[in-house]
Design a protein around this ligand. Structure first.
Ligand code: GLN
Length: 304
């Protein structure tokens, strides 16, 4: 595995530092674009690391997978009355589609969909209590109590969340947001601001490679059926309007975030995480996607 990782990562060195940092979130605009890290964790616990695999970064939209897991555990298929599970073909923060579809987001991995997930997770609690519950789930599946929220990133995002506020307000006008918009935004932005590294993210996603069962903790996190569904939604919607391109190039279910991280699940094999902050025009890590394409090619891991 170490060999696969090194061969693949060395083959894309020219891409590192290219692309655009997510500078619409002020606290992310300062990150050095030259970072590159990658980890692979197999279902039997073997870990391989490369480059900045232990450097913390903002997981951003990768957190939407944790929220979806918890919401499916809470309310199961009831979720699909409030969010669809279709690819959006539009930018992750698009307003146009939401209005045409009367406030029902296309899927849980675009911003509007994840705002609904946050609304469900709040369930008449304060954002603080809700966040501490989600965080303890992330710490639990990562087996790492040190994982936390970067408050500087969270505050920076909350104070500039004008686009997310418009999505949430529009959905509230369609009765698809129950709580106060400010509480939903605080919850959503704080979850995007969780800081993790590549190795921790591999650990945290292992249950999705193990049909909902974490083989290291020997613990069922979610049913096999739900795990399959989460993986399917990652495959079709995990990279916004570039989901088709990602599936074509990598052939595995994955989720990206504008912090430059991408986590990919190889069912019954393990998890791969890459991080490099320069993004392509769709908001996905440019070097990270290239690295995953190379890893999939060298390893021959795919589901197709
Ligand atoms: N926090 C970011 C936002 O709301 C998350 C988007 C992303 O990672 N694609 O814009």
């Amino acid at each position: 595995m170490q060999q696969i990782l090194e061969t693949a990562c060395k083959s894309i060195q020219d891409k590192i530092g290219t692309g655009q940092i997510a500078n619409y979130i002020p606290a992310l605009a300062r990150i050095n674009p030259k970072h590159f890290g990658a980890s692979i964790l197999s279902l039997d616990g073997e870990v391989s690391n490369y480059g900045d695999s232990k450097v913390l970064f903002s997981i951003q939209s990768i957190s939407k997978v944790f929220s979806l897991t918890l919401v499916l555990r809470m309310i199961g298929d009831e979720l699909w009355k409030r969010v669809h599970h279709e690819p959006s073909g539009n930018a992750f923060n698009s307003i146009v589609q939401l209005e045409m579809e009367r406030g029902i987001p296309r899927n849980p991995f675009i911003n509007a969909g994840a705002l609904v997930l946050s609304d469900i997770l709040l369930k008449n609690k304060s954002p603080e209590i809700c966040l501490s519950e989600v965080l303890s789930f992330i710490q639990d599946v990562s087996r790492d109590p040190s994982i936390g929220i970067d408050t500087e990133v969270a505050e920076s995002e909350i104070s500039t969340a004008h686009r997310n506020a418009s999505l949430a307000n529009f959905m509230k006008s369609c009765q698809n947001i129950e709580h106060e918009v400010a509480a939903v935004l605080e919850t959503y932005c704080s979850l995007c601001a969780v800081s993790m590294n590549c190795e921790q993210l591999c650990r945290a996603f292992l249950y999705l490679a193990g049909e909902g069962f974490d083989p290291i903790a020997k613990k069922r996190i979610i049913s096999p059926e739900m795990a399959r569904r989460i993986n399917s939604i990652m495959m079709l919607c995990g990279h916004y309007d570039a989901s088709g391109d990602f599936a074509y190039r990598v052939g595995l279910p994955g989720k990206s975030g504008v912090g430059g991280g991408i986590v990919v699940v190889v069912p019954e094999v393990g998890v791969i995480t890459v991080w490099s902050p320069g993004l392509n025009q769709n908001g996905n890590s440019l070097a990270g996607t290239a690295a995953l394409e190379a890893i999939a090619k060298v390893s021959n891991w795919n589901i197709l």
